[in-house]
Design a binder for this molecule. Structure first.
Ligand code: UDP
Length: 255
């Protein structure tokens, strides 16, 4: 087995040095953490395989409409090749419906539709801290320049419009999601590109008719429920072969 240099390990993924300079291999784990701060570690069998496939599909569709991403190609069941970017330490959250921390913060009922999409920023701090920050903090502390932040907001809203429509087409409401961006350097030229992953680990997806949750909020009902929910998302997207996630063998032509 070839030994690869591990660059970073997070909750759901490991990043390894890629085969060529300027590339990384993103490995999707089955691990998840229940809740935000109480590091209750659980393993959800098959989650990494499903997230690898779902994120590949969504990144490819987004790149077709001109959203730049770090994604190059899926390598196997759990790995994808990505461009190496300088990650901007800001999580951009877009919300269409009240849920999660927004519901708690303002004591508004989960499920309340928002009159317009809301964009929020969270700083990815040391030790898993995730304080909400404003544009002022981001530019004053130099995490991103004002023009980079504008670009991140524009891209996040385009992602929201496109994915809201895509999920609506398969009977799912995109309640909210989190994205991350990176700086991609090409000689002296820099572009902001979508990085990380887009999967049910960082989206809230509710059935449009029943409001059933198809995301990691199912964790409170047990790891098996999460696997079922993620499988259902992949199935509705038309990317889950009959035999389930362990049967995903290699690249195939998308629908
Ligand atoms: N989210 C994420 N990573 C985090 C926290 C949140 O991907 O560390 C996503 C989450 O799945 C949801 C959105 O960001 O789609 C908004 O999350 P919220 O602020 O409501 O926090 P939560 O209630 O999920 O802790």
């Amino acid at each position: 087995m070839t030994r690869r240099r591990r660059i970073y390990e997070g909750k759901g993924k490991v990043l390894f040095e890629g085969p060529e300079p300027g590339t990384l291999v993103q490995y999707f784990k089955d691990d998840a953490v229940a809740g935000d701060s109480d590091a209750k570690h659980v393993v959800i069998t098959g989650k990494g395989v499903l997230n690898n496939r779902i994120s590949e599909y969504l990144m490819m569709r987004l790149s077709e409409i001109g959203v730049p991403t770090h994604f190059v190609r899926r390598l196997n069941m759990r790995e994808q090749l990505v461009r190496e970017v300088e990650i901007i330490p800001i999580q951009v959250v877009v919300r269409n419906v009240v849920a999660g921390s927004l519901a708690t913060r303002f004591a508004i009922a989960e499920g309340t539709a928002l009159p317009r999409s809301i964009v929020e920023f969270y700083y990815k701090g040391e030790g898993g801290q995730r304080p909400m920050v404003s544009e002022e903090h981001i530019t004053a502390f130099g995490w991103a320049a004002p023009e980079d932040l504008d670009e991140m907001m524009n891209l996040a809203l385009r992602v929201n419009d496109f994915l809201s429509g895509l999920f609506l087409g398969i009977g799912l409401k995109l309640v909210d999601f989190k994205v991350e961006f990176g700086r991609l350097w090409e000689n002296d030229y820099m572009r902001i590109v979508l990085a990380d992953e887009i999967s049910p680990d960082n989206c809230r997806l509710w059935d449009i008719k029943t409001n059933e949750r198809f995301d990691r909020d199912q964790l409170s009902r047990g790891p098996g429920r999460v696997e079922e929910a993620y499988q259902e998302v992949a199935r509705r997207l038309g990317i889950l072969p009959e035999g389930g996630p362990r049967d995903l063998k290699g690249p195939k032509v998308m629908q």
